[in-house]
Design a protein around this ligand. Structure first.
Ligand SMILES: Cc1cc2nc3c(=O)[nH]c(=O)nc-3n(C[C@H](O)[C@H](O)[C@H](O)COP(=O)(O)O)c2cc1C
Length: 91
């Protein structure tokens, strides 16, 4: 009786472990992004993608190029090769 409960418990634990470890979660950063520094802050806080809405309305599509350029400069300043390396490091 207790043995079968232990096996059930272990198999449930394994399923939970797989769910948490094997499934990648993607967090979307949004809200108040107007610059590369703002995008960098969201990424360092855990975002794998950054959404811009209001700033695009005010500044137009050229904003995307500026944000990407500023983000690249920040990564270079901090000697980071890939943006993937900073996802969540401030969390
Ligand atoms: C004109 C406008 C319409 C929006 N419509 C929606 C919507 O239908 N559903 C939603 O979840 N968020 C909506 N949002 C919220 C945006 O997705 C976003 O979360 C929010 O604007 C914060 O990012 P931002 O500072 O870059 O604008 C809307 C925002 C704006 C400015």
């Amino acid at each position: 009786m207790l043995g079968s409960f232990r096996k059930f418990s272990s198999s449930l634990f394994a399923k939970i472990f797989l769910f948490i470890v094997a499934i990648p979660f993607v967090f979307w950063g949004m809200g108040g992004v107007f610059s590369g520094a703002d995008a960098y802050e969201k990424i360092r806080a855990g975002a794998s993608a950054v959404q811009i809405y209001t700033a695009l309305i005010y500044e137009g599509p050229g904003l995307v190029k500026r944000v990407k350029q500023e983000l690249a400069e920040l990564l270079e300043r901090d000697e980071i090769n890939s943006v993937k390396d900073v996802i969540g490091i401030d969390s």
